[in-house]
Design a binder for this molecule. Structure first.
Ligand SMILES: [Zn+2]
Ligand SMILES: [Zn+2]
Length: 257
């Protein structure tokens, strides 16, 4: 529903028979915009059962409080994120607040979410995989480098929403101040197109049949550059590949085995 520094939000649907489960990963976009984008999918915010916040940066948590109050959805985040964001003072009832931990699986309706820690400059950032028992989706939008823990945690994914933040050349030539360039390109910053492609190359491609580039910098990247970089490491013609738009997100994708 939105991807990048302007605000992140990813909606996951799992369905079994008549019952559907909706979980929102991050809520960095304004309630009005979220409502509009949900309406395009024929949904409304009250259908969201849980909000999983990956870390305290405002492009991920910025509008989570108002959504949690409006929907009464369960809120999940790491202890570090609760503390760093002061979210414990949002005034939510204790039963709505839940602590997520590395590799402790969370069951929400028909979805099981397994968070894992990532190297990023936040207090205790988590990214995740989730499954309905059959297909597995990985979400990895903010990380500085692909640690062995990250690679291990993404095993057996059928689909992946993966950060391709910047083109290294564009970032180094940009008007950004030196410290910011260092932060973004550093080991606790964001994945360059090349680093993202190298991470992809390390994963099991037998099962991976959908990859969507996410969290692209609007100033230091382009969709073409991200895909060009990926195409050097995976065979794009045999995969379904998409790019999430900063403001519109991406279309619905069905994660299949
Ligand atoms: Zn971040
Ligand atoms: Zn971010």
């Amino acid at each position: 529903m939105g991807s990048g520094s302007a605000g992140n939000a990813t909606l996951i649907e799992a369905s079994s028979g008549l019952q559907k489960t909706y979980v929102l990963i991050d809520c960095g976009i304004r309630p009005r915009d979220l409502d509009q984008r949900l309406a395009l999918a024929g949904l409304e915010a009250t259908q969201i059962q849980a909000i999983f916040i990956t870390h305290e940066h405002s492009d991920h948590i910025g509008h989570a409080k108002s959504l949690a109050k409006k929907t009464n959805a369960a809120v999940w985040m790491s202890h570090g994120t609760w503390m760093a964001s002061s979210a414990l003072q949002w005034g939510l009832p204790p039963e709505q607040c839940n602590m997520a931990r590395d590799h402790e699986t969370i069951a929400i309706g028909d979805l099981c979410i397994t968070p894992f820690t990532v190297p990023h400059d936040a207090r205790e950032p988590l990214q995740l995989t989730c499954t309905d028992g059959d297909a597995r989706l990985g979400i990895l939008t903010d990380l500085g480098h692909a640690s062995s823990h990250v690679i291990e945690s993404l095993k057996n994914c059928n689909a992946l929403l993966l950060e391709a933040n910047h083109d290294e050349e564009m970032l180094s030539q940009s008007q950004y101040p030196y410290f910011l360039k260092q932060r973004i390109a550093g080991p606790l910053g964001h994945l360059s197109n090349t680093a993202s492609a190298q991470l992809l190359a390390k994963l099991d491609h037998e099962k991976l049949n959908l990859v969507v580039a996410a969290h692209l910098s609007e100033k230091n990247n382009s969709k073409d550059k991200a895909l060009e970089s990926w195409s050097q490491h995976i065979s794009l013609d045999t995969k379904l590949v998409g790019v999430a738009d900063a403001l519109k997100g991406c279309e619905w994708y069905c994660v299949v085995l």
